[in-house]
Every structure is written in C-alpha cells, then in structure tokens.
Write a protein that binds this ligand. Sequence first.
Ligand code: ADP
Ligand code: ASP
Ligand code: MG
Length: 402
Amino acid sequence: MLIVQKFGGSSVANAERIINVANRIIDTYKQGHDVVVVLSAQGDTTDELIEKAREINENPSRREMDMLISTGEQQSVALMAMAIEKLGYPAVSLNAYQVGMYTSSTYSSARLKRISRERIESEIERKHIVLVTGFQGINRFEDITTLGRGGSDTTAVALAASLDADLCEIYTDVDGVYTADPRVVKNAVKLHEISYDEMLELASLGAKVLHNRSVEMAKKYNVALVVRSSLTNAEGTIVKEAANVEKMLVSGVAADKDVARISIIGIQDEPGKAFELFSMLSKAKINVDIILQSVGRDGTKDISFTVSKDHLQDALAIINDNIARLKATTVAYDDKVAKVSIVGAGMATNAGVASLMFEALYDAGINISMISTSEIKISVLIDERDTEKAVNSIHDHFNLGI
Ligand code: ADP
Ligand code: ASP
Ligand code: MG
C-alpha cells in the first residue's frame, strides 16, 4: 500500500517527539508499505516566525511573510530525515520546490493546483521514506507560497490524491474528531466516523483539527482519511462519504474567534446599496460571512456583517473611503466577537434544532447578536468572552456528552 501520513506541529515539537514519530513512520515502512510523510513546523515555530517579522515590520508584504514562515516546515523534514537515518532506515526530505507543488499566486492563502509525481515516485522506487514539507507551495513566478494557517493537512490530502495513495492518516495531539473541542468541553465524545460534508462545515466553522481545504479536497478526490493520535494507538475518526455514515441530528459544536463585526449605520434605503458595498469588498478579495440588514426606517437602514480579523482593517479602509458614495453616516466595528455553530446532517429535517440552540444560550445568559443558518448548520455571533460557556451549554442541551 502507499500511505500518506501527516504529523502536526505538536507531534514533532522537540527531539523526543521527533524520535517517537520517526519510530512510527518506520513501523509502517517495515510492514512493507510505501510511505510519504508530510510534516508541519515544530511546536510554535510558525507563531514565533510571525512574531519575529512583526518586530521588524508591522505590515510586511505577504510574499516575504511566506518566504519566512515556510522555513519552519523545512526544518522539520530535515530533522526527521536525520532521525530516521540514525535509526538505520533510508529517508529523504523534500520541499515544495523539489517536489513541484504548484499553487495559485495568492501569497499566504494559496491554493494547490498541481503536484508533480516524478520526484516522489523515483524516491519511493529507491525505497526511500519520503518526507515532504507541509503548508508550502510554489507559484508561477517560482516564489514560495503558503496555504494558510493549518495548511499542512491540505498538503497531505493533496499528495494522497495525486499519488493515488490507499490511505491518508492525519496524526495530531488528540485521538480523533470529537463532538466539540475536547480542550473546551471536558465530556466531548470521539466520533467513530463523520461525513466529508459535516467535517467540512466543522472545519470551516473553527474546529481546527482539520484544515477546511483538506476536507474539501478529500471529498473531491474521495481520499480515505483518518484522524488519529501520534502519541497513542487509539482508533481514530474516519472521514468519508455521507452515504455510509449514520445521520446524527447534531454531530458537533464549533467555535471561531477569528471574527470581527462591521456595522454601517444610516445607509440610504434605496436599491443597489448592498450590491455596491459587497462588490467593493469582493473586489478586494475580502470574504464576508454573516450578513444582517435592518428594516428601513426614515429612509435609512443599517447593514452589519462579519469578516475574519485579518481582513478587518482592509475592509474598514475601503468603507471609510467610500462612505459618501454609500450615503451612510457612521461605521462601527467590534473585534471581540466569536461565532459559535452547530453542525449536523440531520437538522435539515428537524424544526426544533434552532430553538434548542437558542434555549441553550438563553440558559447560559448569553446574548445573540447575529444568526445565520444553512441546511446542515446554525451559527450565532456572540461576545468573545462567552465562547467556552456557549459551547459547553449547547453541547449539554443537545446531550452530546458522555
Ligand atoms: P496539528 O498541529 O496536529 O495540526 P491542530 O492544533 O491544528 O493540530 O489541531 C488539533 C487541535 O484541534 C486539538 O488540539 C483540539 O484542541 C482542536 N480541536 C478543535 N475542535 C476539535 C474537535 N471537534 N475535535 C478534535 N479536536 C478539535
Ligand atoms: N505550520 C503551519 C501553521 O502553524 C501549518 C500547519 O501547522 O499546518 O499554521
Ligand atoms: Mg493543524
């Protein structure tokens, strides 16, 4: 079998952990499998590199940021190759350039487009354990790009798809996907399996156990995906096509603090204003999430919406530059908010789900400032300080715990 394994930052955080992972990789190799391994940067390396950049320039170009933060992954693969060599097995480390992992040109959130198979296949043929840098790619200018925070999962799934691997294992510091972040909800339950669609929602709504693009890609190419622990042998969570997964009313709760709310007050209540506003933002590649428009009164209306914290300043600048054109009076923002969501394939056909979620928030004394729903999820925007309380109360009300 050809197996792709990915180990996250905490799994390779220090020398001892690297040796531990090296032994796990070798175990798989000794069973006769071809092994391609994707690694993240050690521990907090990526955060530390970002901090280093900030000390020098508060607003560095995204190109140079990618050049910098991609180095963490390169350290990991080289160190892992050395560990495997020391244990007496053949390994080779490769970065995105050496593999030929081509992405779109958008620095800091590039999308993988094409992966060359030649180099990896020739290393596999020579019976090497192949260690590939996660998170990074190269664009058409042959510049280094990165795939967005948490992007090593996506590197792994993309490699599995392009090499037609039999299995893609994501090893992390928890032993699977739970009904909520097990660090926040003490009695969260490990899911035996989850559908691609529900996992994609959970990941997009803040459950960072998998990068959302990795799930998107696994679904598209039908990659057999397992999330499991790098420290124990516990059985993990299988992520797969919905048809084979038991339909749960609610399968999980997720929270995302990387949100900010912008409110534009007193916009002229006439056709075309929402279109003008959101087309300006979309031209600047700013993704807007929850949108709320008030009922018009005295010829004006208010529009509120959320963006990621990373886009807040850019969005405010665009709106302030165009405030006269929008015929608005003021712009306000709040970056101390969080989005809490429930996800479940079964909720589409059950009317009581939303009201039970609102009851859970009411019982916890939490105010809701915005609501958005889709077929398999409900999200609310609340005060950031209430996040953990909200997640726990919702988890309890839906009886998701043990
Ligand atoms: P890695 O460095 O291995 O990529 P991450 O920190 O990116 O690991 O993701 C693992 C973390 O995801 C866990 O430590 C856990 O706190 C968090 N997490 C959030 N939601 C969930 C969930 N529903 N199930 C499991 N883990 C979750
Ligand atoms: N090292 C990168 C990050 O911290 C990528 C990853 O861990 O997946 O975001
Ligand atoms: Mg991760």
